[in-house]
Design a protein around this ligand. Structure first.
Ligand code: SF4
Ligand code: SF4
Length: 285
């Protein structure tokens, strides 16, 4: 089987598995992302989710706090209330156990914008891209914390396009659309997966949190791989797939995987699946 063109990624899977099966995780993710936005919109009436992505309450009882905002608040010298601390512990605990960067693929609204830019890049055949180290986002974390400590304010909240989009969708879009447009253009024209794959400190935070998590993409059936490269073409962090498809551990152990499942969708040979990680390096070969 010859390598497929990036713009054709998923076509073979749609032909052999059917449209629904070849889009199942994409549809589930979009439903989840939109449902969360809808719950915030009806929050004041129904009370399921009140607040915003930085700080909210579930059923008016369970606090949920963005861990990066929490860290910056502490770095800025403001000790958070007990509920905010508890909310941080709950969020960190949930994402630490589940799967790497689940927030990115299943909750973050900006993921829909960056996915759109990546899809358009593939369809338009844009190959040119500046090369930035993907470790850049991890260096931004201490920079943000230091900046917050020096300035005495939560730095990220000034420039956070995730919160800007979420606020825009729930309460009405203000000047935040400029930030969203910049992210879209960065990803479309300048750097492939520029924002989520290289810059976003929130994605980096969830990467660190989920590095030991349980559910992993696994190349269970890698002997059937026909090297069409469809999974690489749709994966927002393609480097993470290299080793599991080649040899050794079949699991995607990288914390950079966003657990979107799109690689499962587009594989006509059904090589990949979500699996619970039990121990390490047990299924080599
Ligand atoms: S990397 Fe940042 S912007 Fe991208 S999906 Fe994750 S949290 Fe959202
Ligand atoms: S390896 Fe699969 S689940 Fe992980 S980011 Fe890539 S496409 Fe998504």
């Amino acid at each position: 089987m010859a390598k497929h063109l990036a713009k054709d990624a998923g076509k073979a899977a749609t032909a052999s598995l059917g449209w629904w099966k070849a889009h199942r995780f994409l549809l589930l993710r979009r439903s989840c992302q939109l449902l969360i936005i809808a719950l915030f919109i009806i929050g004041p009436t129904l009370g399921v989710l009140r607040g915003n992505l930085s700080a909210s309450t579930l059923f008016d009882t369970v606090p949920l706090t963005d861990p990066l905002i929490l860290l910056q608040t502490i770095a800025a010298g403001h000790w958070p209330e007990l509920a905010a601390l508890l909310g941080g512990v709950i969020v960190v605990g949930f994402y630490a156990v589940l799967a790497p960067r689940v927030f990115c693929a299943w909750v973050c609204p900006l993921n829909m914008v960056t996915d759109l830019a990546a899809w358009l890049r593939r369809k338009l055949g844009i190959k040119l891209s500046y090369r930035w180290p993907s470790s850049l986002r991890y260096w931004l974390l201490p920079v943000l914390l230091l900046g917050s400590a020096v300035s005495g304010s939560v730095l990220w909240s000034w420039i956070d396009p995730v919160a800007a989009l979420h606020r825009g969708l729930v309460f009405g879009m203000g000047a935040g659309w400029v930030l969203i447009l910049l992210v879209f253009l960065l990803d479309l024209v300048l750097v492939e997966h520029g924002w989520c794959g290289h810059l976003c400190p929130l994605g980096a935070t969830y990467g660190v949190i989920g590095r030991k998590s349980l559910v992993r993409i696994t190349a269970t059936n890698r002997e059937a791989c026909n090297k069409c490269m469809d999974c690489f073409n749709v994966c927002p962090e393609p480097e993470v797939l290299r080793q599991p498809l080649k040899g050794g551990d079949r699991k995607v152990m990288s914390q950079d995987c966003i657990s979107c499942g799109r690689c499962i969708d587009v594989c006509s040979e059904e090589v990949l699946e979500f699996k619970i990680r039990i121990g390490a390096n047990k299924d080599e070969g």
